[in-house]
Unconditional design. Structure first.
Length: 445
């Protein structure tokens, strides 16, 4: 019967899963492992080091910044760039008005401003201000707007008049374009990087950065390759996983595959549920949930009036809500959210304190429960700096600097990790209250 063949298919897939794993090439991406793939600050740092690579190979000058410049500009500028003298590459270059250019490449005859976007939105007049800050009559100024999928900058970031003035000196690149540039204009152009042992570290770094740039633009590329390998496995004659099909009508064949597909989806659902069960049998996870609940209870009791009058600013997940999220295969939870600023008309202007819980501890700290101040980084740099000052002045070494913890435009400049074996829920809750009251007084005035 067809149903028996479907069950046999599922059994066979489970029995032969090792063979499928072996058909898939191992995936090792250092940036993904470190959790930095989609973080703009870290990504800009990687690109900065590429652009700042310059040396002599025998008598030949190798300058990746110049290679990049020649890659982006049109033919009318190439001669000028070939003859230009390299001066420097800057990261987070501060303008006269206090804005920061992600990357600035400086030659004696021209400059390239690079604004790097991955998950962040545009800032008001951002590119406009960068251009005006660097423009002078003696140099060509080029703008590169680097995004995941080659978006164009809107008039919110740069005026129509300035766009027209720049014309062919503003370039829209995807991170996939950066990957192609590394491949074609660096790796293929300078083959000695691969074969000369002195340059092996540069070569291996370029390979990883190239692959990481590909992932930013096309995160499913490796998954699609894996699907192709799995498809080949299904079609191997000895396996004959599609043998349940016959030469009957379309309806019969379609229903056979549809039933098989539904069976596999149900199997996947069972596996997902099992993952949740495993998480909620872990004593450490359960103890941290209980710890969070006690913190919530203390805060609610000691901030009763403020919470009741501003209920929309506070969210305390119950024990069951946290467990439910983990059962749905969420790898992290915001167990507590306390907004200092919450603007419904512009969510980007929000600032909050949250207590977070991860299934897996952060490798460098071996801890999975922490709280911190979260700021919409790209819209609130003044607030970010103010929060840093307050924490440094008032809380000293009680917090650890963690600027790199940046998620979808949000950044937490400092975080306090919680050790439930040593820390008490009431003391942790009081620290959160103290932090909230101090920041509420300072940053909302």
């Amino acid at each position: 019967m067809v149903e028996d063949k479907q069950i046999d298919l599922l059994k066979s897939l489970i029995e032969n899963r090792q063979e499928i794993y072996e058909r898939l090439a191992p995936r090792v991406n250092i940036f993904d492992i470190l959790g930095n793939t989609y973080y703009e600050v870290q990504n800009s740092k990687l690109l900065y080091y590429i652009f700042n690579t310059h040396f002599k190979y025998y008598d030949k000058e190798i300058n990746f910044a110049k290679d990049f410049s020649l890659y982006i500009v049109g033919n009318e500028y190439k001669d000028k760039i070939k003859d230009a003298k390299f001066e420097n590459v800057y990261r987070e270059f501060q303008t006269k008005d206090g804005r920061r250019i992600d990357i600035l490449i400086v030659f004696d005859k021209f400059e390239i401003i690079i604004e790097n976007k991955i998950n962040a939105g545009e800032q008001e007049s951002q590119l406009e201000d960068y251009y005006k800050d660097r423009y002078n009559n003696g140099k060509e100024i080029f703008l590169v707007y680097l995004t995941r999928w080659k978006y164009e900058a809107s008039k919110y970031s740069i005026s129509k008049e300035t766009k027209e003035k720049l014309r062919d000196k503003i370039y829209y690149l995807s991170h996939g374009d950066i990957a192609k540039w590394i491949e074609n204009d660096i790796l293929n152009k300078y083959e000695f990087l691969k074969f000369d042992k002195k340059y092996q570290s540069i070569y291996s770094a370029l390979i990883q950065i190239r692959d990481n740039e590909k992932i930013i633009t096309n995160p499913n590329e490796e998954n699609n390759m894996e699907k192709e390998e799995i498809k080949k496995f299904f079609e191997i004659e000895d396996n004959n996983y599609f043998g349940l099909l016959n030469n009957n009508e379309l309806k019969d064949n379609f229903e056979a595959l549809d039933n098989c597909h539904n069976l596999l989806l149900k199997a996947a659902e069972v596996i997902e549920n099992k993952k949740g069960d495993i998480v909620l049998k872990d004593k450490k996870v359960l103890n941290e949930i209980d710890f969070s609940e006690k913190v919530s209870k203390y805060i609610k009791e000691n901030m009763k009036d403020l919470i009741s009058n501003n209920n929309e600013l506070f969210k305390f997940k119950s024990n069951e809500e946290i467990k439910s999220n983990f059962l749905q295969n969420y790898k992290s939870n915001e167990n507590i959210e306390m907004f200092l600023i919450k603007n419904p008309n512009n969510p980007c202007k929000s600032v909050k304190i949250s207590l977070n819980q991860l299934i897996y501890p952060m490798e460098e700290y071996k801890k999975s429960l922490y709280f911190g101040v979260w700021i919409h980084y790209y819209q609130n740099k003044e607030i970010l700096n103010k929060v840093k000052e307050i924490i440094e002045e008032k809380f000293g070494n009680d917090f650890e600097e963690y600027n790199k913890l940046e998620i979808y435009d949000w950044v937490s400049p400092y975080i306090r990790y919680i050790d439930i074996e040593k820390d008490k829920p009431e003391e942790t809750a009081q620290k959160i209250i103290d932090l909230y009251n101090l920041l509420k007084e300072k940053i909302t005035q």
